[in-house]
Design a protein around this ligand. Structure first.
Ligand code: R5P
Length: 286
């Protein structure tokens, strides 16, 4: 198997190739040093793919990476591989998974349909709604990255894993199982019309080291609020872990309340501390 990467997924793709015992093929992302003056994307695959099964690994954030991925799929297909598996570590536009108002684009479908065109199969991770998988038009699956987060937390000095809301409970359970730690979830209680209190349902945080886990950090609001509450209740150390770290706008300012922020390599950033490559490598159809 050969592995090629989009420019935001080179690290993850190299790790995936290593885990799968596959060959990593380099790609050039610029025709001339400095890139195109008008910002247009460019790709050129720098090795043969003919007669080989190929895995393309490319995240779709930020938006120019979507254009780059369309070019990459065109270049890959032209080199005549036997089969193309597309790994999309982070798939954007998942929240617009239906037409909420008349006249709206069904963004998740529009993006998935185009990306799936050149692929025989698609794998992705941490979807807002797994129903989106059917939009690819080819067999598509969601791979869980929570075991990777669990492996990271296993090696950290953390007393328990905490879901910031009910939606994250399934993630907290999976991470806690892999990390061998207890888990809990924050519960929202309205004190009066002006005050809302967030408290762990079962566990006491006073003097404890807590890991808040979620699927995505976007603006940072959700986990920063949870971290602030835990600190106010006496938590000694608050680590925040997520699969996808987008860190939109002033997210890093909000996250200053956290002692550590750790995300996977689905969207590389300064918070990237663990890799989901083994999870994807194990899921690629052979
Ligand atoms: C919510 O459904 C998700 O699991 C995340 O909690 C949310 O998307 C995070 O967004 P933000 O970082 O903007 O609060």
């Amino acid at each position: 198997m050969r592995v090629v990467a989009g420019s935001a997924s080179v690290g993850l793709a190299r790790e995936l190739a290593k885990s799968a015992g596959a060959e990593f093929v380099e790609v050039a992302y610029e025709k001339h040093a400095g890139g195109s003056p008008d910002g247009e994307r460019y790709v050129r695959i720098l090795g043969p793919l003919e007669g080989e099964p190929v895995t393309v690994v490319a995240t779709t954030y930020p938006d120019p990476k979507i254009v780059e991925l369309l070019l990459l799929m065109d270049a890959v297909r032209d080199l005549k591989p036997t089969r193309v598996t597309l790994v999309i570590p982070y798939l954007g536009y998942g929240r617009q998974d239906r037409r909420f108002e008349p006249g709206e684009a069904l963004s998740a479908q529009a993006i998935a349909r185009h990306l799936g065109e050149g692929a025989d199969a698609v794998l992705t991770m941490g979807l807002h709604n797994p129903e989106i998988l059917k939009f690819f038009g080819v067999p598509a699956g969601e791979v869980s990255g929570m075991p990777a987060m669990g492996r990271y937390l296993k090696g950290r000095d953390v007393d328990f894993v905490l879901a910031p809301d009910d939606g994250a409970v399934r993630h907290a359970k999976e991470v806690a199982a892999a990390a061998g730690k207890p888990w809990d979830a924050l519960e929202k209680t309205r004190i009066d019309s002006y005050t809302v209190k967030f408290e762990p349902k079962r566990l006491n945080v006073k003097g404890r080291r807590v890991a808040i886990v979620d699927d995505v950090i976007s603006t940072g609001g959700t986990v920063a609020l949870a971290a602030k509450e835990l600190k106010a209740q006496g938590a000694k150390h608050v680590l925040v872990a997520a699969l996808h770290g987008l860190f939109v706008g002033n997210a890093w300012d909000k996250l200053a309340v956290c002692d550590e922020v750790a995300t996977s390599d689905t969207v590389p950033s300064r918070a990237t501390k663990f890799s989901v490559a083994p999870e994807f490598a194990a899921a690629i159809p052979r």
